[in-house]
Design a protein. Structure first.
Length: 449
């Protein structure tokens, strides 16, 4: 009886939360200075659009260190989302859950970065709780990325990226424990600095993409290369390629599926934390954590198509031709060569995961849109992030707007009780996401009843 009363109470709380946010669907678009607001302006339905011309000057506000305090989830606390949607916990007590992927048969695989393993869950008929829970692989050093290969209904391998390598395990649909030992595919990824290594395969299965973040914030102490060094670096590793400890970092690398034919696909991406292909296209997208310490509202984080051979600015430029003052005058040759990202996000939101919605459960206007998990960051006096946003597409192109989809993890200016990380679309069309502050997997479902 106690459990039933608790369940009723949770439903009442959730219903009240929905009524509080019902009007958010018609919320006005926040643009210009209004778009740089903090968590108080967050609510499901709120839209924002940040444009290149909206950016303030460097140091318009003093750089701030404002790390959040992670609090225990308050009793009966639920995320806030739009009417018709409901969030529930699928699995708990995970050790640093990060990247989540859904196998073709519907099984759910999640990396436990702190625990050093990959967990596999088979959900019950409702899709809301596991009926089977297994450890697929263990004894991994800070694992992050996961990818099934080949793409499609019958993968034979599960690839796992750690801080310094990519390995693969034999896999057949329905298996929840690796059937054999790992095979090392890539063995020489840089290991310090940003440690997450997301991975994804091209839709045709011919290319493995690996994201490697920078070692530093903005290449502090970086020596200015000579014209001859620039020419050699760019010939080998692309426009704006760095050397020294940043060699082959802040890049998206590409390999053949067996790890051969290593090459640089795109450069200047400070920390491409999450990648996905936009179905049914061959557009590779990533979400990027930009640099710190030049003000509350600089520079925006972003989501963007990753174009082969493109340069996205780090460390010399940001968001197009904006020169980072810490590298002023060092690379005038890069003027006009940086690609402007497709979607700018509130600065210091720390986007970590992206998933395109290709399920059939949500309303039809969600089809083809993307969800992005904002983990929340530290270098802003105004608390930002700690939510899931929806990236809106029209006619196959990002509009530059995004909408708050799921909020409510921030308690006050100092404390948060949740930090979204990674997302995946379940076989039944629900949205799954990991949250590493409390070590849980959430499921967001939709009902017209």
């Amino acid at each position: 009886m106690r459990l039933r009363l608790s369940t009723i109470f949770h439903c009442v709380v959730f219903t009240l939360a929905l009524s509080d946010f019902a009007e958010a669907q018609t919320a006005p678009l926040l643009s210009g200075a209004q778009a740089f607001s903090d968590w108080r302006a967050d609510a499901p339905g709120v839209r924002r659009k940040i444009s290149n011309g909206d950016l303030p000057a460097p140091y318009a506000s003093d750089p701030a260190a404002s790390r959040s305090q992670v609090a225990a989830r308050p009793e009966a606390a639920q995320p806030n989302t739009l009417p018709g949607f409901m969030a529930n916990v699928v699995a708990a007590d995970l050790q640093g859950p990060r990247v989540i992927r859904v196998a073709p048969n519907g099984d759910v695989f999640v990396v436990e970065s702190t625990g050093g393993r990959v967990r596999a869950f088979r959900l019950d008929a409702s899709g809301s709780k596991p009926e089977t829970d297994r450890v697929f692989a263990r004894d991994l050093e800070r694992p992050s990325g996961l990818a099934f290969y080949p793409p499609g209904p019958d993968p034979r391998w599960l690839y796992v990226a750690t801080v310094s390598e990519v390995r693969r395990y034999p896999y057949r649909p329905g298996e929840l424990v690796a059937a054999g030992p790992a095979e090392i595919v890539v063995s020489d990824l840089p290991r310090d600095g940003h440690w997450t290594r997301d991975i994804v395969f091209s839709p045709d299965g011919k290319t493995l993409f690996v994201a490697v973040g920078s070692r530093s914030n903005v290449a502090e102490g970086h020596s200015q290369p000579s014209p001859e060094q620039v020419a050699a670096l760019e010939k080998a590793n692309g426009v704006g390629a760095s050397d020294g400890v940043e060699l082959l970092r802040a890049d998206v690398l590409a390999f053949d599926p067996d790890g051969g034919h290593k090459r640089v696909f795109a450069t200047g991406l400070r920390n491409c934390s999450g990648m996905a292909f936009r179905p049914p296209t061959d557009e590779l997208w990533c979400v990027v954590n930009e640099r710190d310490m030049i003000g509350d509202d600089l520079p925006p984080d972003y989501a963007t198509r990753v174009r082969e051979g493109a340069f996205y600015g780090w460390p010399w430029l940001y968001i197009g031709d904006h020169v980072d003052p810490r590298h002023a005058g060092e690379r005038p040759d890069l003027a006009g060569r940086a690609t402007v990202p497709d979607l700018l996000i509130q600065p210091h939101s720390a986007p970590l995961g992206i998933a395109f919605y290709d399920g059939g459960q949500f309303p039809s206007d969600y089809a083809g849109d993307a969800f992005i998990a904002l983990h929340g960051s530290w270098n802003r006096a105004k608390r930002t992030g700690y939510k899931i946003i929806r990236l809106i597409f029209e006619n196959g192109r990002a509009t530059g707007e995004y909408q708050d989809f799921l909020t409510g993890f921030v308690l006050d200016d100092a404390r948060v009780w949740g930090r979204p990380v990674s997302l995946a679309v379940a076989k039944d069309g629900a949205l799954l996401f990991t949250e590493d502050a409390n070590g849980v997997i959430w499921r967001v479902s939709h009902s017209t009843q």
